[in-house]
Design a protein around this ligand. Structure first.
Ligand SMILES: Nc1nc2c(ncn2[C@@H]2O[C@H](COP(=O)(O)OP(=O)(O)OP(=O)(O)O)[C@@H](O)[C@H]2O)c(=O)[nH]1
Ligand SMILES: [Mg+2]
Length: 253
């Protein structure tokens, strides 16, 4: 069994990608299961096979402990960690070859609290990967792009798990803009040129130095443009995932 955790900032397209990619994998005759780890979500664009809302109810936490929505979500994140054995048992009973895990809307709840890495470690000992989403709408400008690189590096630092980088919602940009962002991701020189050209003052200096610091650590963020609306790029995403998880083989025979 292989597991991919889909992580990204709020609204970056995690849930719709879980929906589109799981359907695409099913069409390729792959044996896939979807898991919803977002306790606060009201509606999902797919029917999760395993749903953390069966274990943790954010509305009752708000009522019972007189919490606001964010405090209740923090509490929920910690309670999920306590229930993770049951979630893992449900997944194991389904015995799929590949599991797609949709993570909570607020990335910091999952990535920057102790419970997230605990959940990723405990849910399975099988090979796993993270699919990190760069929301294309926030990548048009080199300043935002570098901020997203920084966040992505921070996520890597938390999980130390193989990470694949996706430029999500690419149907919303013109192809030339998608190519430009992909070029930045492939070539530090092109990103540096864009920083020099389009930013000034402190923003230019900070963006350039953050970029250099990340590259000097050997981290690379080659982006795969994907649309969960048109299914563009799902094949490339799958190839990258297969390479990381199964050495280029299929998950299911
Ligand atoms: N055009 C387009 N819209 C998308 C795509 N993916 C997601 N969206 C839209 O972006 C919004 C957020 O998508 P979600 O899939 O809910 O994103 P999310 O990261 O799960 O959001 P939270 O869990 O609330 O943080 C929705 O309105 C989606 O319809 C895409 O590939 N193309
Ligand atoms: Mg979501």
């Amino acid at each position: 069994m292989f597991m991919a955790f889909i992580i990204g900032t709020a609204g970056s397209g995690k849930s719709l990608l879980t929906a589109a990619f799981s359907e695409w994998l099913k069409m390729q005759k792959q044996d896939v299961v979807t898991v919803n780890l977002d306790p606060g979500v009201l509606e999902l664009p797919y029917s999760p096979d395993v749903d953390v809302r069966d274990y943790v109810d954010v509305t009752s936490l708000m009522d019972e402990y007189q919490l606001g929505p964010n405090a209740a979500l923090i509490m929920a994140a910690d309670l999920i960690a306590e229930e993770i054995d049951k979630v893992a048992a449900e997944i194991e009973a389904l015995n799929p070859d590949i599991v797609l895990v949709d993570t909570p809307g607020q990335m910091e709840l999952f990535a920057f609290r102790a419970s997230g890495p605990f959940i990723v470690n405990e849910i399975t000992k099988e090979p796993k990967a993270i699919i990190y989403l760069f929301d294309c709408i926030f990548c048009m400008n080199p300043l935002n792009y570098v901020s997203n690189m920084f966040l992505s590096a921070a996520v890597y630092n938390r999980f130390l798990t193989p990470q694949i980088h996706v430029l999500s919602k690419c149907d919303l940009l013109k192809p030339e803009d998608v190519n430009k962002i992909v070029d930045w991701s492939a070539s530090p020189k092109k990103l540096e040129d864009a920083i020099e050209k389009r930013l000034s003052g402190m923003k230019r200096i900070l963006s350039r130095e953050i970029m250099k610091a990340i590259y000097s650590l050997g981290m690379r963020f080659l982006l795969i443009p994907v649309s969960a609306r048109t299914n563009e790029g799902l094949l490339n995403l799958n190839t990258a995932l297969e390479r990381v998880l199964v050495g280029g083989e299929k998950y299911t025979y």
